[in-house]
Design a protein around this ligand. Structure first.
Ligand SMILES: [Zn+2]
Length: 134
C-alpha cells in the first residue's frame, strides 16, 4: 500500500493536480449524472464523458502555467457572474422598498422610501425641488 502511495506521489511530481475549476467541473459531472438518470438522454452521457476527460487531462497536465491561467480566467468569470447576480438581487430588493427618481434639473438619481404618496422631492446635488409619487 505504501509503495502504491509513493508511486502515485512520484507520478504526480511536476503535474498540475486539482484546482477550483476542476472542483466545479466535478460538480458539473454530478449534475450531468443526475440529469442522465432522470432524462435518459445520450447528450448528458457525452457531457459527463467530456467533463471527466477534461478533469483528468487538467489534473495530470505538466503545463502548469497554462492550467493556472485557465483557472484564473474561470475564477474571474465566476466573480463577475456573482457580482452581476448580487447586484441584480440588491436592485430588486431596493426596488420594493425605494422609488428611484431622477432630478429633472441635473439628472442625479434620488432614492426615496416608498409608501408616502405624492411628495416634494429635494435634490441634494443641485437644490432643485420637484413633485413625485413614492
Ligand atoms: Zn438635481
Amino acid at each position: 500500500m505504501r509503495g502504491l502511495k509513493d508511486g502515485f506521489r512520484r507520478f504526480m511530481v511536476g503535474r498540475y493536480g486539482t484546482d477550483e475549476l476542476n472542483r466545479s467541473l466535478s460538480v458539473l459531472i454530478l449534475v450531468f449524472v443526475v440529469l442522465h438518470l432522470l432524462v435518459r438522454s445520450k447528450v448528458f452521457f457525452w457531457l459527463e464523458v467530456i467533463c471527466l476527460v477534461l478533469v483528468y487531462v487538467r489534473m495530470f497536465s505538466r503545463d502548469t502555467g497554462k492550467r493556472f491561467r485557465e483557472n484564473q480566467a474561470y475564477l474571474h468569470y465566476r466573480f463577475c457572474v456573482g457580482e452581476w447576480t448580487g447586484r441584480s438581487r440588491r436592485r430588486l430588493k431596493e426596488h420594493r422598498t425605494y422609488k428611484i427618481f431622477r432630478c429633472p434639473h441635473c439628472r442625479q438619481k434620488l432614492r426615496i422610501p416608498r409608501g408616502h404618496g405624492k411628495i416634494q422631492v429635494h435634490c441634494r446635488s443641485c437644490g432643485h425641488d420637484f413633485m413625485g409619487r413614492s
